[in-house]
Design a protein around this ligand. Sequence first.
Ligand SMILES: *[C@@H]1O[C@H](CO)[C@@H](O)[C@H](O)[C@H]1NC(C)=O
Ligand SMILES: *[C@@H]1O[C@H](CO)[C@@H](O)[C@H](O)[C@H]1NC(C)=O
Ligand SMILES: *[C@@H]1O[C@H](CO)[C@@H](O)[C@H](O)[C@H]1NC(C)=O
Length: 459
Amino acid sequence: MAPTNLLLTSLLFLLHLTLLPKAFTIGINYGTIGNNLPPPKRVAQLLQSTLINKVKIYDTNPEILEAFSNTGIDLIVGVENTQVANISSTPSAAADWFTARVAPFIPATSVVAIAVGNEYLTAADSDKLDHNALVRAMQNLHAALVQRGLDRKIKVTTPHSMAVLASSFPPSASTFADMLLPTMTAIVGFLADTGGPFMVNAYPYFAYRDNPKTISLEYALLGNATGVPDPKGYTYNNMLDAQIDAIRSAIASLGFQNRSIKIVVSESGWPSKGDAGETAATPENAKTYNARLIQRAQSNKGTPMKPKESIEIFLFSLFNENKKPGGVSERNFGIFNSDGSKAYDVDLSCQFCSSDSQKTSGVGMNRGPTVWCVAKPHSDEKVMQGVVDFCCGPGGVDCRDIDENGDCYAPDKIHAHASYAMNAYYQMHGRNYWNCDFKGTGIVTFSDPSYGKCRYSGQ
Ligand SMILES: *[C@@H]1O[C@H](CO)[C@@H](O)[C@H](O)[C@H]1NC(C)=O
Ligand SMILES: *[C@@H]1O[C@H](CO)[C@@H](O)[C@H](O)[C@H]1NC(C)=O
Ligand SMILES: *[C@@H]1O[C@H](CO)[C@@H](O)[C@H](O)[C@H]1NC(C)=O
């Protein structure tokens, strides 16, 4: 690309950024226990026209991994509960799993996390499952990612149900169930050390269904109910906040109050249909709950205990799944019908990506087409050397590729090495334009700087 073009694209890039809203995440769970669901390619297209920018699946269905390549949508893949024991057996079993199931699809598909098991510790047959195996499986997978230099991009975690708590009320006094304490301590320690999020599936719906006389519907529906006081002085206007803070307290009670551990709501939703007794399972309530959930995710709102810490949320679920076992409501959590029409009217439009911007041809903060950061031609060599020293040192970039024998060592020129280091730093820090400044020596480009065996990462 000619320098004038480069300048133009980077100006356009900056212009785009100033027009974009604050980055937020709205994820959705994409379950596939149905015999009438659209093919993954169509699902990926469907989601690209919405504001959803993360998708969580429960396995590593290769068709889905392939379908989400180059969509700008991040993917969280899952290890099935039945596979946990195998992956826990040896580090090489975990490496083999990753090599076979995930590696073939990256980086075209942006895999950002691996959810090891789903509600593994509280599954119906969990007494038959080895709890330590879950921890070992997580450790083994993390080690496999470290070996490939992917541990910063791909986080290892495990989604829990609220049943891991001994009690959830009052939120400030909540703890994990006694019999899970050793396992939870190991898991939370692992997450604190590796930067993975603590995932919880939180369903005010079920709490309301089971206690409709004591819980107000507005409180369960994420409304602004009459405040429920907590003895520590917090006031809860909706149950989801109380559930999240209950998890927060339980984590703190293990002795992790000073470590930063992000809590992610890996599932939450409301069914539009249920069995005869499930009177709150209506399209109106499902619409109300999910619309509020989406609004909440966009608002970057925290909870009473941590008002400034926004919560990442994954809606449950994308489709009604007609082959799911259990009660009627289990098969009716979907926002979409299998033909791609909405099960009820909830606004998923993305004002900044519905036209031709952001997702299709423009640039998003964390999505859109891939962009790279390189050193400007003719930049000052001393400054560039300083940039390399910074990126490869405190900046945390893995610079082995520009060491002697590395794939990007040749040409042994400071401009090339600085480009490599700048790009790695930029990709790692969320592709914000200020992470490609480097005292004016960095510039954003739309053309892949990779050459020969030297690969520049891009998302
Ligand atoms: C784990 O799974 C792999 C692939 O399915 C298989 O080859 C291997 O024998 C299994 N290992 C154990 C310990 O079950
Ligand atoms: C919720 O209700 C309280 C008391 O009625 C009010 O002060 C507060 O502003 C309301 N919050 C929202 C988000 O509507
Ligand atoms: C957490 O930090 C506070 C304030 O710095 C300190 O007083 C307390 O001892 C720390 N607690 C733990 C468990 O490290």
